[in-house]
Design a protein around this ligand. Structure first.
Ligand SMILES: Nc1ncnc2c1ncn2[C@@H]1O[C@H](COP(=O)(O)OP(=O)(O)OP(=O)(O)O)[C@@H](O)[C@H]1O
Ligand SMILES: [Mg+2]
Length: 538
C-alpha cells in the first residue's frame, strides 16, 4: 500500500486544489508539507492564527513572513488571486469554517480556492485535529487521516531524545513498540520521562514508556489501556467459547496468513450479568499476549461540533496503531442505541458515530480483535449483528452445575483455599441459578462469616451465604427466559452443555420489579419454536 506521503504526492500531482489532513500532529504535517514542497519544487507557506503567514522551508523550518496576516479569509483570498505556484498550509482553521460566525464566508472562499484553475501546483492544505468539512466542501476537498507514527518515526523520536540529553540509546524493537499508539509529542514525553529517570534509553525503559502510554491513552477519556491480570484459567465453564478463541488465536500466529487464514474480526458476547463476559475479554488478551484496550462508547459523545466523530476516529486510530490488539467494547448497546435516533434530536451524531464504527468493523485490515459485550438485545441495532462485522455471536448463559463447581474452585483458590476441602457437589446443587459473580460473592461472604466466628471457612459458610442471596435468576427471571429464547436461534452457546432450566422455587414470592411488568395487551410474536396458533387453525 502506498505510504501516506505517496498518497499526498499523487493527489498533488493530479492537481487537486485542496486537501484536508486530520491529525493532532502539526509537526508531522509540517514535515509532510515541506516534503511535498521539495517533491513538487514549489514554495510553501504556513498560516496560523497566532503567527499569521510564515515561510516554510524544505526542512520544515519557518521564517516570519508578512506580520499581521491573521485573518484566514484574507490569506485564502490572496492564495486564490495569486498567479504563482504555492502550497498554503492552514493550521487549525477548522474553528473558522466549522464553528465561527464567519463560517459561511470562509467556506465560500475555500470553495473559491477549490475552483482556481490555470495555475498548476497551487495547493491548499487544511490541517487540524477535528475532522469534518462544511457540506459545500465535502465533494471538493479529499480528507485524509494521518495514521499515528510508525516504528521509523518512533525510532527518530527515541534517538532525538537521547541525543538531546547526550545519554546512551539502544532503541530495541520492544522499546519502540511500547510507544506505539502515541503521537510524536506524546512519545517524546514518554521517552524523555524514562530518560530522566534512567539516564539511558534501552530495554530497561520499556516498562516506563508502557506506563506513560497507559496514562496518555486513559487521558483521551475514551480508551483505557489494560495490563491483563487474568487469563483463561480464571474462567470457569464457557468451554465452547474458550475452544473457539483458542482456535482463532492461532489465526494471528506465525504462518497463518500464508496458510490462507484471515485474522478474526471479533465476537459479540451477549448474556446475563455477571456470567463472565468482561472476564473473557480480559483473559483473551492475556492468552494471545495482545495489548487490551477498553473502549467506552458512551464517552465518545462530546459537546463541541465534530468532537464525537473526532473521538471515535482517534480511538480507532489508536487501536490500529496498537494492532495486533484486543479492543473491548463493553455494553456496546449503550453507545449504539441512539443510532436510529432522528436527525433533529442530536443532529444525527449518534447515527454517524455508530456508522463510523460499523464501517470500520467491516473494512478494517489491521488485526484488531473486537470483543463487544451486551446485556440488552432489544437495544442493539440490527446492523451490528449482520454478517461480515463479527465472526460469531455467543450467548453467555448462567453457569451449569459443572461450571459452578469450577467457578467456586477458582475463587476459593484465589483466596488461597484448597477446593478439595469443600463439598463442591453440594454447593453447586444449592447454587442452581447463580451467576459467576454471585458465586464469587458467596465465597467472599463465607470468608467474612467464618472470620467473624473465629473459624476457618467451610462449605457450611458458603452454603449459608448462598441461602442469604436472592440471585438475579429469580429477580429477573422473565428477562432471562426472553433472552434465552432470543439467543436460541441467533447465537452460539458459550457453554458446552445446554442451559439448565431456571429453578422454580418461590417464584411467586419474588416481588416483580417495575421494569419487569408487562402490558398483556401489547401484541407480541409467538416465542421462537412454538407453533403459531392463528396460522395453525387456518
Ligand atoms: N465464568 C466465570 N468464571 C470465573 N469467574 C467468574 C465467571 N463469571 C463471572 N465471574 C466472576 O464475576 C466477576 C464479574 O463478571 P464479569 O464482569 O465478567 O461479568 P459480565 O458478564 O461482564 O457482567 P455484566 O453484564 O454485568 O458486565 C468476574 O470478575 C469474576 O470474578
Ligand atoms: Mg461486563
Amino acid at each position: 500500500m502506498a505510504s501516506f506521503f505517496e498518497q499526498l504526492v499523487t493527489l498533488a500531482r493530479a492537481d487537486v486544489p485542496a486537501i484536508q489532513i486530520v491529525s493532532h500532529e502539526w509537526e508531522r504535517v509540517r514535515g509532510l508539507v515541506a516534503g511535498l514542497s521539495r517533491e513538487l519544487s514549489v514554495p510553501s507557506v504556513v498560516w496560523s492564527l497566532s503567527r499569521g503567514v510564515e515561510k516554510l522551508d524544505r526542512d520544515a523550518q519557518v521564517t516570519p513572513g508578512e506580520p499581521g496576516q491573521t485573518d484566514p479569509q484574507e490569506v485564502i483570498k490572496q492564495h486564490c488571486e495569486s498567479k504563482d505556484p504555492q502550497i498554503l498550509l492552514l493550521e487549525d482553521a477548522h474553528h473558522f469554517y466549522l464553528n465561527s460566525d464567519r463560517r459561511h464566508e470562509i467556506a465560500r472562499w475555500l470553495r473559491e480556492a477549490c475552483r482556481v484553475r490555470g495555475v498548476p501546483r497551487k495547493l491548499l492544505v487544511l490541517s487540524g485535529p477535528v475532522p469534518g468539512l462544511p457540506p459545500e466542501l465535502t465533494k471538493e476537498i479529499p480528507s485524509l487521516d494521518l495514521p499515528l507514527p510508525g516504528q521509523d518515526d518512533l525510532l527518530e523520536v527515541c534517538r532525538e531524545v537521547a541525543a538531546s540529553r547526550s545519554i546512551p540509546c539502544d532503541p530495541v524493537e520492544p522499546l519502540l513498540e511500547a510507544a506505539r499508539g502515541l503521537t510524536v509529542m506524546e512519545a517524546r514525553i514518554a521517552y524523555s520521562r524514562a530518560a530522566q529517570e534512567l539516564g539511558k534509553l534501552d530495554s530497561a525503559a520499556i516498562r516506563l514508556v508502557a506506563q506513560e502510554k497507559s496514562r496518555v491513552i486513559k487521558q483521551s477519556g475514551v480508551l483505557e489501556y489494560f495490563e491483563p491480570t487474568t487469563n483463561m484459567a480464571d474462567v470457569g465453564g464457557l468451554e465452547n467459547l474458550k475452544a473457539w478463541l483458542s482456535r482463532r488465536g492461532r489465526g494471528f500466529g506465525h504462518g497463518a496468513r500464508e496458510y490462507g487464514l484471515e485474522p478474526s474480526r471479533g465476537i459479540v458476547l451477549l448474556g446475563i450479568q455477571g456470567c463472565g463476559k468482561s472476564l473473557i475479554a480480559k483473559s483473551v488478551a492475556a492468552a494471545w499476549q495482545f495489548p487490551l484496550l477498553r473502549f467506552d462508547l458512551g464517552r465518545v459523545f462530546g459537546g463541541i461540533v465534530g468532537q464525537s466523530e473526532a473521538n471515535m476516529r482517534l480511538a480507532l486510530q489508536v487501536a490500529e496503531a496498537l494492532a495486533p490488539c484486543v479492543l473491548w467494547i463493553d455494553e456496546i448497546e449503550k453507545g449504539l442505541s441512539g443510532m436510529g435516533s432522528s436527525d433533529q434530536l442530536d443532529a444525527g451524531v449518534s447515527a454517524r458515530v455508530g456508522g463510523t464504527l460499523l464501517t470500520w468493523m467491516q473494512e478494517k485490515t489491521a488485526p484488531v480483535f473486537v470483543v463487544a459485550t451486551a446485556n440488552r438485545i432489544e437495544a442493539l441495532p440490527p446492523e451490528l449483528l449482520r454478517k461480515g462485522r463479527f465472526d460469531e455471536i455467543f450467548f453467555v448463559d448462567l453457569p451449569t452445575s459443572q461450571a459452578r463447581k469450577e467457578i467456586l474452585s477458582i475463587h476459593l483458590r484465589r483466596k488461597k483455599r484448597d477446593p478439595e476441602k469443600f463439598d463442591l457437589d453440594r454447593l453447586a446443587r444449592e447454587a442452581n441459578g447463580f451467576s459467576g459473580a454471585e458465586l464469587e460473592e458467596a465465597v467472599k461472604e463465607g470468608l467474612f462469616d467464618a472470620f467473624s466466628d473465629g473459624q476457618e471457612i467451610t462449605s457450611d459458610h458458603i452454603s449459608q451465604a448462598l441461602k442469604a442471596t436472592c440471585p438475579l435468576s429469580r429477580t429477573m427471571r422473565n428477562q432471562i427466559v426472553q433472552l434465552r429464547e432470543w439467543a436460541k436461534a441467533r447465537a452460539r452457546l458459550a457453554t458446552a452443555e445446554s442451559s439448565e432450566p431456571l429453578p422454580n422455587d418461590n417464584v411467586d414470592s419474588v416481588p416483580v420489579l417495575r421494569q419487569e411488568q408487562r402490558n398483556p395487551f401489547v401484541p407480541r410474536p409467538d416465542p421462537i419454536g412454538t407453533p403459531n396458533r392463528d396460522r395453525g387453525q387456518s
